[in-house]
Design a binder for this molecule. Structure first.
Ligand SMILES: Nc1ncnc2c1ncn2[C@@H]1O[C@H](COP(=O)(O)OP(=O)(O)O)[C@@H](O)[C@H]1O
Ligand SMILES: [Mg+2]
Length: 286
């Protein structure tokens, strides 16, 4: 077998300007250098307007860079002849599941992208039943998508992307429109695809709780990548998060309050489980 690069997506000196009124370009991203590795789970955090969606659209070849370049599996996203390949390697899930479901049944919806690839129909059947099994959608295949819950709709959207056998899934705030149960459903599904299928994930969110289990957390602010690192380092930096208008996880916020109150807690607590463990196991107050 040939050597497969460990690099899945590479952005070099990437910038993007939207065309503004009276021809003045509006900068949305600048100076972005970022490498996404095979099988990596990245959480991308940033306040509204920081450029998260723009970056995902550049990775998915929906937008072409104003400066610099993006390569997906070594293919430049401006290579017109290979744009469908880029989109197949890097599937995208959007915020609102209702805008992504197009067909009259779940089954047709999952098959939609495959039909466009003009695959033979037994292959389409195989893939649809494969991903339906993987995502627990077997019983919903004949349902009209509009009757599903929000979480189920997002799972169908994910199934449609998964059927394309992507190497990476880009998820742009996939839980923003969901209730807590739907949110858990989607997060568990995606984590499972990452750990069991080795699919790389870039998960855009402004819920820090959803970033706790990522391999790497990246923070965008006003179009720049201002911080990246392991969740423990980045998510425990409350002054940084607050300075750009983001909250910490419940555990980080509560640990900070308890420390102010004189409780001695170890640094870098980002998860409730760790906080409870520390609170239960130590001489707490000096
Ligand atoms: N279609 C557009 N035309 C002009 N400006 C845009 C457009 N879409 C986004 N922007 C601007 O680009 C910046 C980044 O937007 P976006 O990538 O949507 O951020 P986020 O997803 O982090 O909220 C913002 O300042 C936003 O106002
Ligand atoms: Mg956005």
């Amino acid at each position: 077998m040939g050597m497969r690069s460990e690099i899945m997506i590479e952005a070099r000196n990437l910038a993007y300007y939207y065309p503004g009124e009276d021809e003045t370009p509006v900068p949305a991203l600048s100076g972005i250098n970022l490498t996404v590795h095979r099988g990596e789970y990245i959480a991308l955090l940033g306040p509204n307007g920081s450029g998260k969606t723009t970056l995902m659209k550049l990775f998915n070849a929906l937008l072409a860079p104003s400066e610099g370049e993006v390569r997906v599996e070594g293919i430049s996203t401006v290579d017109e002849e290979r744009i469908t390949e880029v989109r197949r390697y890097c599937g995208m899930i959007f915020q609102n599941p209702d805008n992504q479901l197009v067909a009259t049944t779940v089954e047709e919806d999952i098959a939609f992208g495959l039909e466009n690839l003009a695959l033979p129909s037994p292959e389409i059947q195989n893939r649809v039943s494969g991903v339906a099994g993987l995502l627990g959608l077997e019983k919903l295949l004949q349902q009209p998508p509009h009757l599903l819950s929000g979480g189920e709709k997002q799972r169908v959207a994910i199934a449609g992307v998964l059927a394309m056998q992507p190497h990476c899934i880009l998820m742009d705030e996939p839980t923003a429109m969901l209730d807590p149960a739907g949110r858990r459903d989607v997060i568990e599904t995606v984590r499972r695809l990452n750990t069991e299928q080795g699919i790389a994930v870039i998960h855009v969110t402004h819920f820090p709780e959803e970033a706790v289990f990522a391999d790497r957390v990246i923070i965008l602010h006003r179009g720049s990548l201002i911080r990246q690192g392991p969740p423990k380092d980045v998510l425990s930096d409350l002054p940084l998060l607050h300075s750009i208008g983001l909250q910490g996880t419940a555990a980080v916020e509560l640990a900070a309050l308890l420390r102010e109150d004189g409780f001695k807690l170890p640094p870098q607590i980002i998860h409730c489980r760790e906080l409870v463990h520390s609170l239960c196991s130590s001489e707490l107050k000096s």
